[in-house]
Design a protein around this ligand. Structure first.
Ligand code: ADP
Ligand code: MG
Length: 372
């Protein structure tokens, strides 16, 4: 699959001369949402849906880019002087965002032609934006001579996304894209950025269904939740809700979600290490209930989709990502996985009148260069 895209990108850039390729995966978060920006724990995995970017240096002071999936040509200044929020086509904001993030770290991007191709569905909650930003950061970072380690790449890519969108996201998506390990989930401590790859039991299949409702977090609701958790930490006189315990947050539903979700992530990680598959489903369902009732980021469709997963025989399911639309992740035992997925889709379609899209995802290695 990557071979086909390498060929298509090579064609888009009129031949192989001087081309370099980087690929970066999207991600699905198994458990731990709205905990990353509170310095908490998350347990995502990088998935076999990836963004590939091809680059050639050219003797101009422009960064030009095209996408094999989205229309329009991006043509922005290599010195980052464009306004990332105003670049057209809109996805070009990520290009300028990356150029600026590298400039902020002392890196000067030369003139380049870029071509992008991604199999991460855009706007679904599988973080197509981070796959794009991480791939761009690596491939453009290389041209600057900056020595960026994996965490530097993740931070610069997040910086770029914030410049492009104005949404103050956490670092989970970018860290997952750089640190992914095949057949492993990643327990990430968002305070220390320590990453522990944990093997996924072979008999588990990870299923993702998009509700057919686009995420409309549009920054505002997300930023409000984030601000509320930061205020809660201030009131408690602590650096972040990572340091709170349940007693401290009993009367604050938003803060309570963060504290209980952190505990669920650690329990889930422990269950994976102990091969205690029976413990996983209830933790997913408890996470969904907390995101729905305490953190108030679910929607009627996401709730229906979780119910459909359970009725179809999944071990458990929960909304994944920021909420307000997007995807639900479910776990099923391998021999039943395809049936569970089909039944979930049927049941959800008839209950909601929406058209879902379904994916079976596998955990893959993190971002890196691709030899053509
Ligand atoms: P998500 O990250 O959940 O997929 P976002 O709204 O954060 O959703 O990011 C989607 C945006 O990422 C798109 O609107 C586009 O700007 C950019 N993007 C994703 N895939 C591509 C692609 N193949 N080519 C160009 N831009 C892309
Ligand atoms: Mg995104």
């Amino acid at each position: 699959m990557t071979e086909n895209r390498i060929a298509a990108l090579t064609k888009a850039l009129d031949g192989p001369d001087g081309l370099r390729f980087v690929r970066a995966p999207g991600r699905v978060n198994l458990i731990g949402d709205h905990t990353d920006y509170a310095e908490g724990f998350v347990l995502p995995m990088a998935i076999d849906r990836t963004c590939v970017v091809a680059l050639r240096r050219v003797a101009t002071s422009r960064v030009r880019a095209r996408s094999l999936e989205l229309p329009g040509r991006v043509d922005v200044a290599a010195d980052g002087s464009d306004d990332a929020r105003a670049v057209e086509p809109r996805w070009g904001g990520f290009v300028t965002g990356v150029v600026q993030a590298l400039a902020a770290r002392g890196g000067r991007v030369p003139g380049v032609d870029l071509a992008v191709s991604s199999t991460v569905p855009a706007g679904s909650g599988l973080s197509s934006s981070s796959a794009l930003s991480v791939a761009l950061t690596m491939v453009l970072g290389d041209t600057t001579g900056l020595e960026l380690d994996a965490d530097d790449v993740a931070r610069a890519a997040l910086d770029a996304e914030i410049r492009a969108t104005g949404v103050p996201g956490g670092l989970m998506d970018q860290l997952t894209s750089v640190h992914g390990v095949a057949d492993h989930a990643l327990l990430i401590d968002c305070r220390t950025l320590a990453v522990e790859p944990i093997p996924l039991p072979r008999e588990l299949t990870v299923l993702v269904v998009h509700s057919g409702v686009p995420r409309t977090l549009a920054g505002t609701a997300y930023a409000e939740r984030r601000a509320a958790t930061e205020h809660a930490a201030d009131r408690l006189g602590i650096a972040s809700l990572r340091d709170a315990n349940l007693r401290d947050v009993q009367d604050d539903a938003f803060a309570r979600h963060v504290v209980t979700e952190n505990a669920r992530v650690l329990d889930f990680a422990a269950a994976l290490r102990a091969h205690d598959i029976g413990a996983l489903g209830p933790l997913l369902l408890a996470s969904h209930a907390s995101l729905r009732d305490d953190f108030a980021v679910s929607t009627p469709e996401l709730d229906l989709l979780v119910d459909a997963f359970v009725a179809a025989g999944a071990l458990g399911a929960r909304l994944t990502g920021a909420g307000f639309g997007g995807c639900v992740v479910g776990l099923a035992l391998e021999p039943h996985a395809q049936r569970v997925l089909e039944r979930t889709v049927e049941q959800y379609r008839s209950a909601s009148g929406r058209e879902p899209s379904a994916f079976v995802v596998r955990a893959v290695a993190g971002a890196g260069t691709v030899e053509p």
